[in-house]
Design a protein around this ligand. Sequence first.
Ligand SMILES: Cc1ncc(C[n+]2csc(CCOP(=O)(O)OP(=O)(O)O)c2C)c(N)n1
Length: 516
Amino acid sequence: MEKILMLGTDAIARGAIEAGISYATSYPGTPATQILEYVAKNSSVKAEWSVNEKVAYEVAYGVSLTGRRVLCSMKHVGLNVASDPFMTSAYLGVKGGFVLVLGDDPGAYSSQNEQDSRFYASFAKIPCLEPADAEEAKEFTKLAFDISEELNLPVMVRSITRLLHCISPVTISSIRPENNIKLEKNPDYLLAIPRNVVRLHSELNKKQEKIKKIIEKYGFNKVFDGHGNTGIIACGITYLYAKELGEDLPILKISAYPVDESLIKNFVNSLDQVIVLEEGYPFIESLTRKFTIKVKGKLSGDLPLEGELGVEPVLKIFSKIKSVSPNTGLIPRPPVLCPGCPHREFYKALNEAKPTFVTGDIGCYTLGANPPLKAIDTCLCMGASIGKASGIASQGIKRVAAVIGDSTFIHSGITPLINAVYNRTDILVCILDNSSVAMTGHQPTPAIGINAKGEETKKLDLAELCKACGVDSVEVVDPYDKKTTFEAIKRGLNTPGVNVVIARRACLLVAKKLKS
Ligand SMILES: Cc1ncc(C[n+]2csc(CCOP(=O)(O)OP(=O)(O)O)c2C)c(N)n1
């Protein structure tokens, strides 16, 4: 067995490949993007960039129904989009192993919030595994497929940016054969309709004990003996923080949820105080407080409730350092629009047209909110720009513009566009089409007609799509042609109805690739 250095993302992908997956789905999102890229580039497994996370989840669910194993990966906020099929799939159950990998982003290095996916796993009543390093990331992902088939449930693997983007040694093993296809009709289990729901919920509840037994069987959560009356409960990667302290303290390492409460109870009973380390929200700390009040953690104010935890605050608790430095001494370098970026040119024209309010969306173009452009007034979540603009315009406010990227428009901008037309709002929608999902590393979109494997496929025509949604006007402009762009924006702002301006010019970093 070969041992190599791997990124956490690649280790997860490799674990899924070794587990014999037949398909992988995802929508790009840092820090989880490279998982699908690794599968697509380094194996013969079929893989797709889905148009959004909900679709990625549903396609994956379909694969699982055939009896085959499937990997679905996304960033933490992606699960908000996929939460509808996610929640109910736990009631229906799965057939072929279904593993959902979440990339959480404590510290919000490239995200709109810091939500903790462990709550989603608990909410859906499914198991969640949390690796501490790349080796565990690979092994846990592999095991997650077995557990999924043992329980007939989707299994979540929760990871975070620091693990997914770090390199550590991983043991490469052989690849298990794919499952045979066995697609069966089973209306009592596969139909989430009222006559089935309460029974399915009851069966899911009955599985909870079995989940705990399986977690125990695999030994995910274990106590490492040490000296002294202070103990540490460490979840996922924080186990490494605890080890880095160099203290020989008793540690309860948590790698899987739900956690058997008696494990925590017995651990804290023998101690004077316990320190709970976890990246994200105080999920295990809240549980620990049921058994002792002598807890140091985020709720006690000893550790920060926000941001990435990292090692420094942990060192401070142990008086190994006096204070936590606000930064690493490096000059902060927030991302900016690249020189020559077509979005930059578009914003200059938009600013000149003086819209009353500009609702933004998520992508490279969000950087237009920064000085000197200061072109965007709000940004909430993917696809929200058009709905927000409609809401503002519904109150009689004129000359409101929504700005949305091509991938974001396809992800979740089409339905609010139809909504705006249907409810007769007066807004200008600007689709910034740079032929790429630029922000997450230039993945292809349906509008350029190339799939995740780099093969040609059908190309979506955004202008025709908008017309089919019933918008009042669609103009396609080149943002490098400032005069035409400005005129189109002005017309769109001053003319009643839902008007669309598509500012089309490929991101400079992909333009070359598209031409060749
Ligand atoms: C729900 C959700 N999924 C994924 C992401 C990650 N993400 C940030 S921006 C973006 C898309 C950007 O593509 P596009 O709209 O084409 O704009 P560009 O970056 O190319 O300007 C994605 C997928 C996210 N922030 N939220």
